[in-house]
Design a protein around this ligand. Structure first.
Ligand SMILES: Cc1cc2nc3c(=O)[nH]c(=O)nc-3n(C[C@H](O)[C@H](O)[C@H](O)COP(=O)(O)OP(=O)(O)OC[C@H]3O[C@@H](n4cnc5c(N)ncnc54)[C@H](O)[C@@H]3O)c2cc1C
Length: 399
Protein backbone atom coordinates (compact mmCIF):
# COMPACT_ATOMS: atom_id res chain seq x y z
CA UNK A 1 0.00 0.00 0.00
CA UNK A 2 1.45 3.38 -1.09
CA UNK A 3 0.86 6.16 1.43
CA UNK A 4 0.53 9.86 0.72
CA UNK A 5 -1.03 12.80 2.49
CA UNK A 6 -3.27 14.04 -0.35
CA UNK A 7 -4.22 12.03 -3.42
CA UNK A 8 -5.81 13.84 -6.36
CA UNK A 9 -7.66 12.02 -9.15
CA UNK A 10 -7.44 13.94 -12.44
CA UNK A 11 -4.67 16.11 -13.90
CA UNK A 12 -6.87 18.72 -15.56
CA UNK A 13 -6.30 22.37 -14.61
CA UNK A 14 -8.01 22.01 -11.19
CA UNK A 15 -6.15 18.89 -10.09
CA UNK A 16 -2.82 20.06 -11.51
CA UNK A 17 -2.95 23.46 -9.77
CA UNK A 18 -4.04 21.88 -6.47
CA UNK A 19 -1.23 19.33 -6.66
CA UNK A 20 1.46 21.83 -7.50
CA UNK A 21 0.34 24.33 -4.87
CA UNK A 22 0.19 21.68 -2.13
CA UNK A 23 3.63 20.41 -3.12
CA UNK A 24 5.00 23.95 -3.02
CA UNK A 25 3.43 24.41 0.44
CA UNK A 26 5.24 21.29 1.66
CA UNK A 27 2.27 18.88 1.70
CA UNK A 28 3.03 15.47 0.19
CA UNK A 29 0.71 14.97 -2.75
CA UNK A 30 0.19 12.45 -5.53
CA UNK A 31 -1.64 13.39 -8.76
CA UNK A 32 -3.11 10.53 -10.79
CA UNK A 33 -4.21 10.91 -14.41
CA UNK A 34 -6.13 8.29 -16.36
CA UNK A 35 -4.59 9.19 -19.74
CA UNK A 36 -0.95 8.64 -20.82
CA UNK A 37 -0.42 12.42 -20.70
CA UNK A 38 -2.39 15.59 -19.92
CA UNK A 39 -5.00 15.66 -22.70
CA UNK A 40 -4.46 18.23 -25.47
CA UNK A 41 -8.06 19.12 -26.24
CA UNK A 42 -9.78 22.23 -27.56
CA UNK A 43 -11.27 23.46 -24.33
CA UNK A 44 -10.51 26.39 -22.03
CA UNK A 45 -8.26 29.09 -23.41
CA UNK A 46 -8.97 32.14 -21.24
CA UNK A 47 -7.19 32.99 -17.99
CA UNK A 48 -8.94 35.77 -16.06
CA UNK A 49 -7.03 38.31 -13.89
CA UNK A 50 -7.38 36.55 -10.49
CA UNK A 51 -6.20 33.30 -12.07
CA UNK A 52 -3.21 35.13 -13.52
CA UNK A 53 -2.37 36.39 -10.02
CA UNK A 54 -2.41 32.77 -8.84
CA UNK A 55 -0.19 31.69 -11.73
CA UNK A 56 2.25 34.44 -10.80
CA UNK A 57 2.36 33.28 -7.18
CA UNK A 58 3.11 29.76 -8.35
CA UNK A 59 5.91 31.06 -10.59
CA UNK A 60 4.12 29.81 -13.72
CA UNK A 61 2.99 33.08 -15.27
CA UNK A 62 6.02 33.88 -17.42
CA UNK A 63 5.92 30.46 -19.07
CA UNK A 64 2.19 30.82 -19.80
CA UNK A 65 2.56 34.37 -21.09
CA UNK A 66 5.28 33.13 -23.45
CA UNK A 67 2.77 30.67 -24.95
CA UNK A 68 -0.28 32.94 -24.92
CA UNK A 69 -1.71 36.25 -26.07
CA UNK A 70 -2.84 39.17 -23.93
CA UNK A 71 -6.42 40.24 -24.64
CA UNK A 72 -7.26 43.43 -22.70
CA UNK A 73 -10.28 44.18 -24.93
CA UNK A 74 -13.31 42.05 -25.64
CA UNK A 75 -16.16 42.91 -27.95
CA UNK A 76 -19.86 42.33 -28.42
CA UNK A 77 -20.62 42.72 -32.12
CA UNK A 78 -23.98 42.71 -33.84
CA UNK A 79 -23.50 41.66 -37.43
CA UNK A 80 -26.97 42.76 -38.49
CA UNK A 81 -26.53 46.34 -37.32
CA UNK A 82 -22.73 46.52 -37.52
CA UNK A 83 -22.67 47.77 -33.94
CA UNK A 84 -19.48 47.02 -31.98
CA UNK A 85 -19.44 47.38 -28.20
CA UNK A 86 -15.98 47.06 -26.65
CA UNK A 87 -14.84 46.70 -23.06
CA UNK A 88 -11.30 47.52 -22.03
CA UNK A 89 -9.95 45.75 -18.96
CA UNK A 90 -7.31 48.46 -18.72
CA UNK A 91 -10.04 50.38 -16.88
CA UNK A 92 -9.66 48.10 -13.86
CA UNK A 93 -5.85 48.34 -13.71
CA UNK A 94 -6.19 50.00 -10.29
CA UNK A 95 -7.50 46.74 -8.77
CA UNK A 96 -6.23 44.10 -11.20
CA UNK A 97 -2.55 43.30 -11.18
CA UNK A 98 -3.03 41.72 -14.61
CA UNK A 99 -5.80 43.74 -16.33
CA UNK A 100 -6.29 41.46 -19.32
CA UNK A 101 -7.35 37.98 -20.28
CA UNK A 102 -4.51 35.69 -21.21
CA UNK A 103 -5.49 33.55 -24.19
CA UNK A 104 -3.62 30.30 -23.59
CA UNK A 105 -4.95 26.75 -23.87
CA UNK A 106 -5.43 24.76 -20.68
CA UNK A 107 -3.14 21.93 -21.75
CA UNK A 108 -0.22 24.35 -21.71
CA UNK A 109 -0.85 24.83 -17.98
CA UNK A 110 -1.34 21.16 -17.15
CA UNK A 111 1.72 20.05 -19.11
CA UNK A 112 3.83 22.75 -17.50
CA UNK A 113 2.78 21.60 -14.03
CA UNK A 114 3.25 17.93 -14.94
CA UNK A 115 6.86 18.67 -15.92
CA UNK A 116 7.45 20.44 -12.58
CA UNK A 117 5.85 17.65 -10.54
CA UNK A 118 8.10 15.14 -12.28
CA UNK A 119 10.94 16.34 -10.09
CA UNK A 120 9.46 17.78 -6.89
CA UNK A 121 10.39 16.82 -3.30
CA UNK A 122 6.73 16.91 -2.16
CA UNK A 123 4.72 16.13 -5.27
CA UNK A 124 4.52 13.52 -7.99
CA UNK A 125 2.33 12.66 -10.95
CA UNK A 126 1.54 9.25 -12.40
CA UNK A 127 -0.14 8.72 -15.75
CA UNK A 128 -2.31 5.80 -16.89
CA UNK A 129 -3.69 5.60 -13.37
CA UNK A 130 -7.50 5.60 -13.25
CA UNK A 131 -9.20 5.76 -9.86
CA UNK A 132 -11.83 3.01 -9.83
CA UNK A 133 -12.88 2.88 -6.19
CA UNK A 134 -12.35 4.31 -2.72
CA UNK A 135 -13.39 3.58 0.83
CA UNK A 136 -12.93 5.93 3.76
CA UNK A 137 -12.80 5.50 7.53
CA UNK A 138 -12.07 7.83 10.44
CA UNK A 139 -8.33 7.95 9.74
CA UNK A 140 -8.03 8.09 5.98
CA UNK A 141 -9.09 6.97 2.52
CA UNK A 142 -8.10 3.76 0.71
CA UNK A 143 -8.03 4.22 -3.05
CA UNK A 144 -8.01 1.57 -5.76
CA UNK A 145 -6.40 2.50 -9.06
CA UNK A 146 -6.32 0.72 -12.39
CA UNK A 147 -3.22 0.76 -14.62
CA UNK A 148 -3.02 -0.85 -18.09
CA UNK A 149 -1.52 -3.97 -16.49
CA UNK A 150 -2.30 -3.90 -12.79
CA UNK A 151 -4.42 -2.78 -9.84
CA UNK A 152 -2.68 -0.49 -7.33
CA UNK A 153 -3.76 0.52 -3.85
CA UNK A 154 -3.07 3.83 -2.10
CA UNK A 155 -3.83 5.19 1.32
CA UNK A 156 -4.21 8.95 1.88
CA UNK A 157 -5.43 11.41 4.50
CA UNK A 158 -7.59 13.23 1.94
CA UNK A 159 -8.84 12.37 -1.55
CA UNK A 160 -9.67 15.13 -4.03
CA UNK A 161 -11.96 14.27 -6.94
CA UNK A 162 -10.77 16.53 -9.76
CA UNK A 163 -11.83 13.97 -12.33
CA UNK A 164 -13.96 16.17 -14.55
CA UNK A 165 -17.58 16.32 -15.66
CA UNK A 166 -18.20 12.56 -15.48
CA UNK A 167 -16.45 12.31 -12.11
CA UNK A 168 -16.42 8.78 -10.73
CA UNK A 169 -15.52 10.19 -7.32
CA UNK A 170 -18.76 12.22 -7.36
CA UNK A 171 -20.75 9.16 -8.44
CA UNK A 172 -19.18 7.00 -5.72
CA UNK A 173 -20.05 9.72 -3.20
CA UNK A 174 -23.66 9.38 -4.36
CA UNK A 175 -23.96 13.15 -4.68
CA UNK A 176 -26.65 14.55 -6.97
CA UNK A 177 -25.47 16.82 -9.81
CA UNK A 178 -28.39 19.26 -9.86
CA UNK A 179 -29.17 21.51 -12.79
CA UNK A 180 -29.98 21.07 -16.45
CA UNK A 181 -28.54 20.35 -19.87
CA UNK A 182 -29.21 22.83 -22.70
CA UNK A 183 -31.27 21.41 -25.55
CA UNK A 184 -28.77 22.61 -28.17
CA UNK A 185 -25.21 21.51 -28.92
CA UNK A 186 -22.13 23.65 -29.48
CA UNK A 187 -19.74 23.20 -32.40
CA UNK A 188 -16.20 24.57 -32.22
CA UNK A 189 -13.86 24.82 -35.19
CA UNK A 190 -10.30 26.07 -35.15
CA UNK A 191 -8.31 27.37 -38.08
CA UNK A 192 -5.12 29.21 -38.97
CA UNK A 193 -7.14 31.13 -41.62
CA UNK A 194 -6.93 34.91 -40.90
CA UNK A 195 -10.54 35.28 -39.80
CA UNK A 196 -9.80 38.79 -38.49
CA UNK A 197 -9.24 40.06 -42.05
CA UNK A 198 -13.01 39.86 -42.62
CA UNK A 199 -13.79 42.26 -39.75
CA UNK A 200 -12.65 45.74 -38.88
CA UNK A 201 -10.58 45.81 -35.65
CA UNK A 202 -11.63 42.37 -34.43
CA UNK A 203 -10.55 41.82 -30.80
CA UNK A 204 -9.03 38.52 -29.66
CA UNK A 205 -12.32 37.77 -27.87
CA UNK A 206 -15.54 38.66 -29.71
CA UNK A 207 -19.14 37.63 -29.00
CA UNK A 208 -21.11 38.04 -32.22
CA UNK A 209 -24.89 38.37 -32.24
CA UNK A 210 -26.28 37.46 -35.64
CA UNK A 211 -29.86 37.01 -36.90
CA UNK A 212 -28.91 33.70 -38.56
CA UNK A 213 -26.49 32.22 -36.05
CA UNK A 214 -24.71 33.81 -33.09
CA UNK A 215 -21.08 32.84 -32.62
CA UNK A 216 -17.98 33.47 -30.55
CA UNK A 217 -14.58 34.20 -32.09
CA UNK A 218 -11.56 33.55 -29.92
CA UNK A 219 -7.93 33.95 -30.81
CA UNK A 220 -5.21 31.74 -29.30
CA UNK A 221 -1.55 31.76 -30.35
CA UNK A 222 -1.84 29.40 -33.29
CA UNK A 223 -5.53 29.56 -34.24
CA UNK A 224 -8.78 31.40 -34.47
CA UNK A 225 -11.46 29.39 -32.70
CA UNK A 226 -15.10 29.71 -33.74
CA UNK A 227 -17.99 28.50 -31.59
CA UNK A 228 -21.51 28.22 -33.04
CA UNK A 229 -24.72 26.69 -31.66
CA UNK A 230 -26.39 23.70 -33.29
CA UNK A 231 -29.73 21.97 -32.85
CA UNK A 232 -30.04 19.06 -30.45
CA UNK A 233 -31.41 17.01 -33.36
CA UNK A 234 -28.46 17.78 -35.68
CA UNK A 235 -26.37 14.72 -36.41
CA UNK A 236 -22.83 15.03 -35.00
CA UNK A 237 -21.33 13.59 -38.20
CA UNK A 238 -23.10 16.26 -40.26
CA UNK A 239 -21.97 19.00 -37.86
CA UNK A 240 -18.39 17.81 -38.13
CA UNK A 241 -18.60 17.50 -41.93
CA UNK A 242 -17.27 19.83 -44.62
CA UNK A 243 -20.70 21.17 -45.66
CA UNK A 244 -21.23 22.61 -42.18
CA UNK A 245 -17.69 23.96 -42.04
CA UNK A 246 -18.19 25.69 -45.40
CA UNK A 247 -21.54 27.15 -44.28
CA UNK A 248 -20.07 28.53 -41.03
CA UNK A 249 -17.09 30.17 -42.72
CA UNK A 250 -19.09 31.34 -45.76
CA UNK A 251 -21.17 33.30 -43.27
CA UNK A 252 -18.15 34.64 -41.42
CA UNK A 253 -15.45 35.27 -44.01
CA UNK A 254 -17.23 34.58 -47.31
CA UNK A 255 -14.81 31.83 -48.34
CA UNK A 256 -15.80 28.68 -46.53
CA UNK A 257 -14.11 26.49 -49.12
CA UNK A 258 -10.73 28.12 -48.54
CA UNK A 259 -10.77 27.58 -44.79
CA UNK A 260 -8.85 24.58 -43.51
CA UNK A 261 -9.72 23.56 -39.95
CA UNK A 262 -7.32 22.04 -37.45
CA UNK A 263 -9.95 20.80 -34.95
CA UNK A 264 -13.70 20.27 -34.97
CA UNK A 265 -15.56 19.39 -31.77
CA UNK A 266 -19.25 18.97 -30.92
CA UNK A 267 -20.31 18.99 -27.30
CA UNK A 268 -23.29 19.36 -24.98
CA UNK A 269 -23.46 22.16 -22.45
CA UNK A 270 -24.74 21.89 -18.89
CA UNK A 271 -25.47 24.11 -15.92
CA UNK A 272 -25.00 21.85 -12.92
CA UNK A 273 -23.70 22.08 -9.36
CA UNK A 274 -23.10 19.11 -7.04
CA UNK A 275 -25.44 19.19 -4.04
CA UNK A 276 -22.45 18.65 -1.79
CA UNK A 277 -18.73 19.21 -2.40
CA UNK A 278 -17.56 17.00 0.43
CA UNK A 279 -18.12 13.78 2.30
CA UNK A 280 -15.74 13.32 5.20
CA UNK A 281 -12.24 13.12 3.76
CA UNK A 282 -13.33 13.09 0.12
CA UNK A 283 -13.68 16.47 -1.60
CA UNK A 284 -14.79 17.56 -5.08
CA UNK A 285 -13.56 20.46 -7.14
CA UNK A 286 -13.54 21.77 -10.72
CA UNK A 287 -15.82 20.24 -13.33
CA UNK A 288 -16.40 17.29 -10.98
CA UNK A 289 -18.27 19.75 -8.74
CA UNK A 290 -19.83 22.13 -11.26
CA UNK A 291 -20.44 22.74 -14.97
CA UNK A 292 -21.45 25.86 -16.88
CA UNK A 293 -21.69 27.03 -20.47
CA UNK A 294 -18.43 28.43 -21.90
CA UNK A 295 -19.71 31.99 -22.55
CA UNK A 296 -17.43 34.11 -20.42
CA UNK A 297 -14.68 31.53 -19.99
CA UNK A 298 -15.39 30.73 -16.33
CA UNK A 299 -15.15 26.92 -16.20
CA UNK A 300 -11.42 26.36 -15.93
CA UNK A 301 -10.95 29.55 -13.93
CA UNK A 302 -13.54 28.42 -11.38
CA UNK A 303 -11.78 25.09 -11.04
CA UNK A 304 -8.47 26.84 -10.41
CA UNK A 305 -10.16 29.11 -7.84
CA UNK A 306 -11.56 25.98 -6.12
CA UNK A 307 -8.03 24.57 -6.05
CA UNK A 308 -6.67 27.79 -4.57
CA UNK A 309 -9.24 27.83 -1.79
CA UNK A 310 -9.07 24.11 -1.00
CA UNK A 311 -5.27 23.98 -0.86
CA UNK A 312 -5.29 26.75 1.76
CA UNK A 313 -7.73 24.72 3.86
CA UNK A 314 -5.74 21.49 3.49
CA UNK A 315 -2.52 23.22 4.43
CA UNK A 316 -4.23 24.62 7.54
CA UNK A 317 -5.41 21.12 8.48
CA UNK A 318 -2.29 19.14 7.63
CA UNK A 319 0.49 21.54 8.57
CA UNK A 320 -1.11 23.94 11.07
CA UNK A 321 -3.40 21.51 12.94
CA UNK A 322 -6.59 23.43 12.23
CA UNK A 323 -9.94 21.66 12.65
CA UNK A 324 -10.79 19.68 9.46
CA UNK A 325 -14.56 20.10 9.61
CA UNK A 326 -14.32 23.86 10.13
CA UNK A 327 -11.89 24.28 7.25
CA UNK A 328 -13.53 21.95 4.74
CA UNK A 329 -17.07 23.14 5.49
CA UNK A 330 -15.83 26.64 4.81
CA UNK A 331 -14.33 25.56 1.49
CA UNK A 332 -17.70 24.17 0.45
CA UNK A 333 -19.63 27.20 1.71
CA UNK A 334 -17.38 29.69 -0.04
CA UNK A 335 -16.88 27.96 -3.34
CA UNK A 336 -20.37 26.48 -3.74
CA UNK A 337 -22.03 29.80 -2.94
CA UNK A 338 -19.87 31.72 -5.40
CA UNK A 339 -20.55 29.07 -8.03
CA UNK A 340 -24.32 29.43 -7.59
CA UNK A 341 -24.50 33.18 -7.15
CA UNK A 342 -21.92 34.21 -9.68
CA UNK A 343 -20.76 31.64 -12.24
CA UNK A 344 -24.08 29.91 -12.86
CA UNK A 345 -26.03 33.16 -12.93
CA UNK A 346 -23.52 35.05 -15.08
CA UNK A 347 -22.99 32.34 -17.70
CA UNK A 348 -26.75 31.92 -18.13
CA UNK A 349 -27.09 35.70 -18.53
CA UNK A 350 -24.24 35.74 -21.06
CA UNK A 351 -25.93 33.07 -23.15
CA UNK A 352 -29.35 34.75 -23.03
CA UNK A 353 -27.82 38.07 -24.08
CA UNK A 354 -26.15 36.54 -27.13
CA UNK A 355 -29.32 34.71 -28.16
CA UNK A 356 -31.47 37.78 -27.63
CA UNK A 357 -29.12 39.84 -29.75
CA UNK A 358 -29.51 37.31 -32.50
CA UNK A 359 -33.29 37.21 -32.27
CA UNK A 360 -33.91 40.83 -33.18
CA UNK A 361 -31.83 43.34 -35.12
CA UNK A 362 -32.29 45.89 -32.36
CA UNK A 363 -31.84 43.27 -29.65
CA UNK A 364 -32.99 44.44 -26.25
CA UNK A 365 -30.00 42.77 -24.62
CA UNK A 366 -27.65 44.66 -26.92
CA UNK A 367 -29.37 47.93 -26.04
CA UNK A 368 -29.06 47.13 -22.32
CA UNK A 369 -25.39 46.38 -22.71
CA UNK A 370 -24.87 49.62 -24.64
CA UNK A 371 -26.49 51.48 -21.73
CA UNK A 372 -24.18 49.73 -19.25
CA UNK A 373 -21.13 50.59 -21.32
CA UNK A 374 -22.17 54.23 -21.60
CA UNK A 375 -22.29 54.57 -17.80
CA UNK A 376 -18.78 54.56 -16.22
CA UNK A 377 -19.92 53.05 -12.88
CA UNK A 378 -22.02 50.32 -14.44
CA UNK A 379 -19.30 49.61 -16.99
CA UNK A 380 -16.67 49.16 -14.28
CA UNK A 381 -18.98 46.89 -12.32
CA UNK A 382 -19.63 44.83 -15.45
CA UNK A 383 -15.92 44.44 -16.22
CA UNK A 384 -15.19 43.45 -12.61
CA UNK A 385 -17.88 40.77 -12.80
CA UNK A 386 -16.72 39.36 -16.13
CA UNK A 387 -13.09 39.41 -14.92
CA UNK A 388 -14.14 37.24 -11.92
CA UNK A 389 -12.81 39.83 -9.49
CA UNK A 390 -16.24 40.31 -7.90
CA UNK A 391 -16.58 36.59 -7.28
CA UNK A 392 -13.24 36.47 -5.46
CA UNK A 393 -14.31 39.39 -3.27
CA UNK A 394 -17.61 37.66 -2.49
CA UNK A 395 -15.78 34.41 -1.68
CA UNK A 396 -13.55 36.17 0.84
CA UNK A 397 -16.60 37.78 2.51
CA UNK A 398 -18.16 34.39 3.25
CA UNK A 399 -17.18 33.22 6.71
C1 LIG B 1 -15.19 23.75 -25.84
C2 LIG B 1 -14.93 24.22 -24.43
C3 LIG B 1 -14.41 25.48 -24.25
C4 LIG B 1 -14.13 25.93 -22.97
N1 LIG B 1 -13.60 27.19 -22.81
C5 LIG B 1 -13.31 27.63 -21.57
C6 LIG B 1 -12.67 28.90 -21.35
O1 LIG B 1 -12.34 29.65 -22.28
N2 LIG B 1 -12.38 29.28 -20.07
C7 LIG B 1 -12.67 28.46 -19.00
O2 LIG B 1 -12.40 28.84 -17.85
N3 LIG B 1 -13.27 27.24 -19.18
C8 LIG B 1 -13.59 26.81 -20.42
N4 LIG B 1 -14.12 25.56 -20.60
C9 LIG B 1 -14.34 24.68 -19.45
C10 LIG B 1 -13.03 24.03 -19.02
O3 LIG B 1 -12.44 23.32 -20.08
C11 LIG B 1 -13.28 23.08 -17.84
O4 LIG B 1 -14.05 23.78 -16.89
C12 LIG B 1 -11.96 22.63 -17.23
O5 LIG B 1 -11.28 21.76 -18.10
C13 LIG B 1 -12.20 21.91 -15.91
O6 LIG B 1 -10.98 21.47 -15.39
P1 LIG B 1 -10.94 20.21 -14.42
O7 LIG B 1 -9.53 20.05 -14.05
O8 LIG B 1 -11.93 20.40 -13.33
O9 LIG B 1 -11.50 19.00 -15.28
P2 LIG B 1 -10.91 18.36 -16.62
O10 LIG B 1 -10.16 19.37 -17.41
O11 LIG B 1 -12.04 17.65 -17.28
O12 LIG B 1 -9.84 17.31 -16.10
C14 LIG B 1 -10.21 16.11 -15.49
C15 LIG B 1 -9.07 15.12 -15.67
O13 LIG B 1 -9.36 13.96 -14.91
C16 LIG B 1 -8.99 12.83 -15.66
N5 LIG B 1 -9.79 11.70 -15.13
C17 LIG B 1 -11.11 11.46 -15.33
N6 LIG B 1 -11.50 10.40 -14.61
C18 LIG B 1 -10.41 9.97 -13.92
C19 LIG B 1 -10.19 8.90 -12.98
N7 LIG B 1 -11.20 8.08 -12.60
N8 LIG B 1 -8.94 8.73 -12.47
C20 LIG B 1 -7.92 9.56 -12.84
N9 LIG B 1 -8.08 10.59 -13.74
C21 LIG B 1 -9.32 10.79 -14.25
C22 LIG B 1 -9.30 13.20 -17.09
O14 LIG B 1 -8.58 12.42 -18.02
C23 LIG B 1 -8.88 14.67 -17.10
O15 LIG B 1 -7.52 14.83 -17.47
C24 LIG B 1 -14.42 25.10 -21.86
C25 LIG B 1 -14.95 23.81 -22.05
C26 LIG B 1 -15.22 23.38 -23.32
C27 LIG B 1 -15.81 21.99 -23.50
Amino acid sequence: MNKVSVLIAGAGPSGAVAAYRLAEMGVDVLLLEAYPQCPEDMRASTFHPPTLDMMEQLGLLDALEAQGLRAPIYQYRNRATGEVLALDMGEIADVARHPYRLQCEQFKLTRLIASKLGNHPHGSILFQRRLIHYEQDDRGVSVTVETPTDIERYRCDYLIGADGANSLVRKLMGVEFSGFTYPEKFLTLSTTYPVDKAFKDLAYVAYMADPQEWCVLIRVSEFWRVLVPALETDDDKVLMGDAKKIAVFDGLVGQGDAVVTSHRTVYRVHQRVANSYRQGRVILMGDAAHLNNPLGGFGMNSGVHDAWNLTEKLKAILLDNEDPDTELDRYERQRRTVMQEFVQAQTMRNKRALEAGAAAAQGEAQAQLAAVIANPDLRRDYILHQAMIKSRVREAELA
